[in-house]
Design a protein around this ligand. Structure first.
Ligand SMILES: [Zn+2]
Length: 469
């Protein structure tokens, strides 16, 4: 009985298996062919499990859909199929928002709807309002995007038809490419992609402003922001960041702007405003969404004599110094890299950016310079050519010297024992400005060195590591 039963069972199983094979083989063969679905380019720092979490796909499904890829050896640039995402086609790429682009310019450039942008950036936990320069945006490519397209400013009194004729596009082509509701919806001041002509440059600015670049590290607390761009003669440009006006200087056939990023701007959201007029007088304006990243400066708690926490004296002396160091002279006095102001370059006793709280939080301040130790009577050198704009005693800063280097760049030297220069002197790099002392409010003799750009103290050591611009 047992044998017969077994035979019957195995016969049944064999038949069943054969039937299953007949039914399932074609479907199985299809799955083995090129896996379908949206693709994702592996980024630095990605792992298979971080990708599965980001796209809410089970790890085993991800491995199955990408059978050719060794999950233990994922490489940056590998292209993975992401199963289950069927509402968009192409390749998903994660990239930092470039300078000169914003939410609108990106969705136009990549031909993505608001709904697509919102769904794509749920993968980065970013809403459209949180898309800032330098922060990652998720985009889908291979949609015939307008990466090589020129842009044109909609000028007051110029119709979309006229703009289309000038750019070699059809009016309805411009409407579609720029996601406008109709030909009537192009408003003066808007910058449109004009696919009829090739071009490069940021999508948020007219084609006349080309090759806009933000030099690293970009929007970092205490850093010097450097922007470069090309623009024709006759174009005027103005700008503003965190309440400070931007200044633009011509240098080796490009325009350059330098601006300090305030230390206390960390984590804050701003609009970097760039506006101006084209050579024909047409106005334009662009607001760059920005969030300032932290530089990881240390914090310290100090206890000092209470009379040293004189807020009024602090504020009035700072205002006096800031007034001097916020001027802008258009001539750049430096040509090459900068030198150190002090011989003992390894004797930095307190770094730039240190956040100090005093007497249990009664007061707090950022350290806006670099302290060089090593004792009194050491020489203080001019790090670059400059003009002496202040030389004399101050209550807190002691014997102080301020140099104007041009382009809104100033340096300050506090607590000196003696000052060897006078207002109006033009100093050479390496010239001795004075000697280290302990004048003003100090615990001991040291050189406190500050560097200001556009009215904001910045990390001075950045200026010794590279040349601006
Ligand atoms: Zn200091």
């Amino acid at each position: 009985m047992a044998i017969k039963s077994n035979f019957k069972t195995s016969l049944l199983l064999s038949l069943l298996a054969a039937a299953l094979l007949l039914v399932t083989t074609p479907a199985f063969a299809q799955e083995e062919a090129e896996a379908e679905g949206v693709r994702y380019v592996v980024q630095p720092g990605d792992t298979l499990s971080s990708i599965s979490v980001r796209f809410d796909v089970a790890l085993n499904e991800l491995i199955e859909a990408n059978s050719l890829i060794n999950p233990n050896n994922l490489n940056v640039g590998d292209v993975l199929v992401i199963p289950g995402i069927d509402w968009i086609e192409g390749t998903l790429v994660l990239q930092p928002l470039p300078i000169g682009e914003d939410y609108v310019s990106l969705k136009r450039r990549y031909l993505l709807s608001d709904a697509d942008m919102a769904r794509l950036n749920r993968f980065t936990s970013t809403s459209p309002e949180q898309i800032y320069t330098g922060f990652q945006v998720m985009l889908a490519t291979e949609h015939g995007e307008l990466t090589e397209s020129a842009r044109a400013l909609v000028r007051p009194g110029v119709s979309l038809l006229e703009l289309a004729v000038a750019s070699g596009d059809s009016p309805w082509g411009l409407v579609a490419a720029n996601q406008l509701a109709g030909t009537w919806a192009a408003l003066p001041g808007d910058v449109l992609f004009t696919p009829g002509r090739p071009g490069n440059g940021p999508g948020g600015l007219p084609g006349e402003v080309a090759n806009l670049q933000m030099v690293a590290p970009g929007f970092l607390q205490g850093a010097t922001l450097q922007l470069n761009f090309d623009a024709p003669a006759g174009l005027t440009l103005s700008g503003e960041f965190a309440g400070y006006p931007l200044h633009f200087f011509r240098h080796e056939d490009v325009w350059v702007s330098l601006q300090g990023i305030p230390l206390d701007a960390v984590g804050e959201r701003y609009s970097l405003l760039l506006s101006g007029t084209l050579p024909d007088g047409s106005p334009f304006a662009f607001a760059q969404p920005v969030r300032v990243a932290g530089a990881g400066y240390e914090r310290a708690n100090l206890t000092v004599r209470p009379e040293l926490l004189d807020d009024q004296l602090n504020a009035s002396e700072l205002a006096y110094v800031a007034e001097i160091m916020s001027q802008v002279t258009p001539e750049r006095l430096w040509e090459r890299g900068w030198g150190w102001p002090h011989d003992l370059v390894n004797e930095i006793t307190s770094g730039f950016g240190l956040f100090r709280t005093y007497n249990g939080g009664l007061a707090s301040s950022y350290h806006t310079g670099v302290d060089f130790g090593g004792g009194a009577l050491l020489a203080i050198y001019a790090p670059a050519p400059g003009r002496v704009v202040f030389a004399g005693p101050l209550d807190i800063r002691g014997n102080a010297t301020i140099l104007d280097h041009g382009w809104g760049v100033f340096t300050g030297y506090w607590h000196q024992a003696e000052i060897y220069v006078s207002v109006g002197d033009v100093v050479e790099p390496g010239q001795v400005l004075g000697i280290v002392g302990g004048t003003g409010r100090v615990n001991g003799p040291h050189l406190h060195w500050e560097l200001w750009v556009g009215g904001v103290p910045v990390q001075p050591l950045d200026w010794l590591a590279r040349t601006y611009p």
